[in-house]
Write a protein that binds this ligand. Structure first.
Ligand code: ME8
Length: 514
């Protein structure tokens, strides 16, 4: 048997500083749809997400709550895991930076870089943004003297610290970015990073002494390791950096770090410098996605427009939310979330287009052929055109999903759903059923509808895994959906003739708008 090609994909590990909102759910859903597609396309996927639990911000939150940091993070991290489960996220591991396996990796990374001579002790005097856990120099601040990323006030810091000789790697990283056009995407982010490096990279302060909540520097425990140094290293931990060389060899370098646009700098500059110091290859791609805006405004607690994904999932189902996020937002750009737009997509695309196609196909198969798909024979022009459209859609799906064009792919699949609905109107099975001479034509039509739905169920599975399985079961398909591969829909005719359809159920009820 040929070895499957590995594919290692990561989301950022989230700060347990507050509950996750729909913006975080967007990033993780995106990664999940890509991971599911890659599995379908025959890759050996490792999909990682997790929590970034150390640092001053978390220590302060725990203090305000009057509990120990670990008690604080345990509780919030449990809520992350619950959300990912409800959203049907298929991650292969969940890394917590407070886990022993990770602490060992971070300390070993520190030791190795130190042994190489790339770490030195000095005094840090400068500015720090606690919400972003980010160091800044005076000239980098915004016009109000605040953090250029989140525009909140920065604090002056003066303390003994360890530094990582990042400046030593600046030219090599720049050269790498310039000679690997696909490394940072989209191109707007790539240009930003090139400009950032060209302004000069200073050595990076990688330890703090003014608080405790972090991983101790090996041999000097009054210092804790800088939270971003700790966090970035998470990508090495679960794939066996320290304990499983074969696994590590297989999955590193990562194929895709999917991150929000404001943290591309950490992933495409700081992280490559750390990896170069470790003599490890760099990740193949860092993709900076846009932000989810709510009713035209960025989500924030003070504006009171933070959308809780759990409430939405309970109200509308995980698949409806996943569909909306992936369909409405063009990767790399900001996108708008609104309840009205969500309801309108559910009613038109899910209840109407997809739900009706399934409903009428199953109903007619039951009514006209006792619920059995009869073997097709011969084909009309309209049959031919339906099949050609199906095959063209499968090819589009494959090519565009490889390019992470999720929204365009969904639109194309829905164009095929509409086209199949039109096929029902063109062939008029109810008229064929009245004419005994048209029995074979009717059998062909019903077969083509069932086969189209089989293909559609596979095509929607990265976006709406539960709905895909439900359609599969209603079509009466026997093989387990877990075993389905893209190759199974690359040729027309996989729906078994003679098959009995399953029990029909409504996929998405229409939402009444008050
Ligand atoms: O940055 N829309 O964690 P974090 C889309 N711990 N994405 C959003 C968003 C929105 N409205 N709000 C936040 C961190 N995000 C670090 C990562 S990785 C080694 C360490 C995204 O919890 C944001 O862009 O602040 C980021 O990619 C992710 O949520 C985690 O944010």
């Amino acid at each position: 048997m040929s070895e499957k090609k590995p594919f290692y994909i990561t989301t950022p590990i989230y700060y347990p500083s507050a509950k996750l909102h729909i913006g975080h759910a967007y990033c993780t859903t995106l990664a999940d749809a890509i991971a599911r597609f890659k599995r379908l396309a025959g890759y050996d996927v490792f999909f990682l997400t997790g929590s970034d639990e150390h640092g001053l911000k978390i220590e302060q939150k725990a203090e305000a709550a009057g509990i120990k940091p670990i008690e604080y993070t345990d509780k919030i991290v449990a809520s992350f895991q619950n959300l990912w489960q409800k959203l049907n996220i298929s991650n292969d591991d969940f890394i917590r930076t407070t886990q022993e396996r990770h602490i060992k990796v971070v300390q070993e990374v520190f030791r190795r870089i130190n042994a190489k001579g790339d770490i030195y002790k000095g005094e840090y005097k400068g500015l720090y943004c606690t919400p972003c856990e980010s160091y800044w120099t005076e000239h980098q601040l915004d016009e109000n003297g605040c953090c250029p990323d989140c525009h909140r006030p920065v604090q002056e810091v003066a303390e003994e610290a360890y530094f990582f000789k990042m400046s030593k790697y600046a030219d090599r990283v720049l050269e790498y970015i310039e000679s690997h056009p696909d490394f940072i995407q989209p191109v707007s982010r790539r240009n930003e990073m090139i400009n950032f490096i060209k302004q000069g990279l200073e050595d990076l302060c990688i330890s703090r002494t003014s608080f405790d909540w972090g991983i101790p520097v090996p041999g000097d425990p009054k210092h804790v390791i800088y939270v971003w140094f700790d966090a970035l290293t998470n990508y090495l931990t679960p794939i066996g950096f320290l304990d499983d060389p074969e696994k590590f060899q297989k999955y590193w370098p990562a194929d895709l770090h999917l991150v929000g646009k404001e943290i591309v700098r950490f992933h495409s500059i700081i992280w490559p410098c750390i990896l170069m110091a470790l003599d490890l290859p760099l990740p193949k791609k860092v993709y900076g996605h846009g932000w989810l805006i709510v009713d035209g405004d960025k989500m924030s607690k003070s504006k009171g427009n933070v959308v809780d994904p759990i409430g939405l999932i309970d109200e509308f189902s995980a698949d409806a939310i996943r569909y909306f996020l992936l369909r409405e937002i063009n990767l790399g750009q900001d996108g708008n979330f609104s309840r009205d737009a969500l309801i309108s997509r559910i009613n038109s695309d899910l209840a109407n287009d997809l739900g009706n196609l399934l409903h009428r196909t199953l109903n007619m198969t039951k009514k006209f052929q006792d619920g059995v798909a009869l073997a097709p024979a011969g084909e009309s022009e309209v049959d031919k055109s339906l099949k050609a459209d199906a095959m063209e859609t499968v090819k589009f799906f494959h090519d565009n999903m490889e390019q992470m064009q999720l929204s365009d792919t969904i639109k194309k699949v829905w164009a095929f759903i509409s086209r199949t609905n039109k096929y029902v109107d063109e062939t008029q099975p109810w008229a064929l059923a009245k004419d005994p001479a048209k029995k074979q034509e009717l059998a062909n039509t019903m077969y083509n509808l069932l086969e189209s739905l089989r293909i559609i169920s596979v095509l929607i599975s990265p976006f709406m895994p539960t709905t895909a399985r439900r359609i599969w079961a209603q079509l009466g398909m026997e093989p387990s959906f877990e075993d389905v591969q893209l190759a199974d829909i690359e040729q027309w005719g996989g729906y078994p003739a003679g098959q009995h359809i399953g029990k029909a159920e409504q996929l998405f009820p229409r939402i009444e708008v008050k």
